[in-house]
Write a protein that binds this ligand. Structure first.
Ligand code: DON
Length: 304
């Protein structure tokens, strides 16, 4: 496996077209695009890295996998009263479906869906307490107490978050929110701004590759049925209107973030985190996707 990840990192280093770094969140625009890392955490707990696997990046929408997991733990199947389970076929920040679908987002991974999930997990607490809970969950999953929120990124998101604010207020106008819109948005912006490296992210995803149990720590995080279901959502909705293309090319459940990270799950085999800040036109990591495509070609891990 070490040779495979080394080969992939070498191939990515030679690419000229690396995509474009997200600029609508100004802090993300400062990131050097010439960076790549890959970490493969195998279901037996062993870990293989290449590239700058210790460098922290903004996990952005990848955090939505973990807030969904928390929401399912708190609300169980009632989560599906708040968000659907269908791919949207629209960009991650689209508002169009909300009007025709009574303010209920198509899935928990589009921005509107993740904002609704943030409302669901606050449950009348202070955003600070909810964020502490999300961070504690990430540290527990990654077995690493150092994981933290990048406050600069969170502030940058808050300053330029008009689109997300529109989504939140629009949903609130249907009477769906249980908490003040500002508290929900603050929670959402901050969980998107968690900084992690690929080692931490691959470890944190292991429970999804191992029927709900994290083999690195031995803890059961969710039932095997729930792990399967979260994977199915990642496969169908994890790359927004690029989910079909990602399934076609990579063939794994995956969740992307505009920070350039992707968490991909090879059920029964591995949890894989890749990072390269340059994005394709849809907003998913360009080299990250290419690296995962190579990995599944070399390992045969595609679920198809
Ligand atoms: O709300 C946003 O726009 C960002 N915090 C997250 C978007 C994102 O990561 C989309 N993924 N590719």
């Amino acid at each position: 496996m070490q040779k495979i990840v080394d080969d992939i990192a070498a191939q990515m280093a030679s690419k000229i077209e690396k995509g474009t770094v997200a600029s609508y969140i100004p802090q993300l625009a400062c990131v050097n695009p010439d960076q790549f890392s890959i970490s493969v955490a195998l279901a037996d707990g062993s870990l293989f890295n290449a590239g700058c696997a210790q460098t922290l990046f903004s996990i952005q929408s990848i955090s939505k996998v973990f807030t969904l997991t928390l929401a399912l733990g708190k609300l169980g199947e009632r989560v599906w009263n708040r968000v659907g389970r269908e791919p949207s076929g629209d960009p991650f920040n689209s508002i169009v479906q909300l009007e025709h679908e009574q303010g209920k987002p198509r899935n928990p991974f589009v921005n509107a869906g993740a904002i609704a999930i943030a409302d669901a997990i606050i449950q009348g607490h202070q955003p600070k307490e909810t964020l502490a809970e999300i961070l504690q969950f990430m540290r527990f999953l990654a077995d690493d107490e150092s994981i933290a929120i990048n406050e600069k990124v969170a502030h940058s998101e808050e300053l330029t978050g008009e689109r997300n604010a529109s989504l939140a207020h629009f949903m609130a106008s249907f009477g769906h929110f249980q908490n003040p819109v500002d508290a929900v948005l603050g929670t959402y912006f901050h969980h998107c701004s968690i900084a992690m490296n690929t080692v931490q992210l691959a470890t944190a995803g292991l429970f999804l590759a191992n029927s709900g149990v994290n083999p690195a720590t031995g803890y059961r995080v969710v039932s095997s049925k729930r792990a399967r279901r979260i994977n199915s959502l990642m496969l169908m909705c994890g790359h927004y209107d690029g989910s079909g293309e990602f399934a076609y090319r990579v063939g794994l459940p995956g969740k992307s973030g505009v920070g350039g990270g992707i968490l991909a799950i090879a059920p029964g085999n591995a949890s894989i985190a890749v990072w390269s800040p340059g994005l394709d036109t849809i907003g998913n990591s360009k080299l990250g996707t290419e690296a995962l495509e190579l990995l599944t070609q070399k390992t045969g891990w595609s679920v198809f």
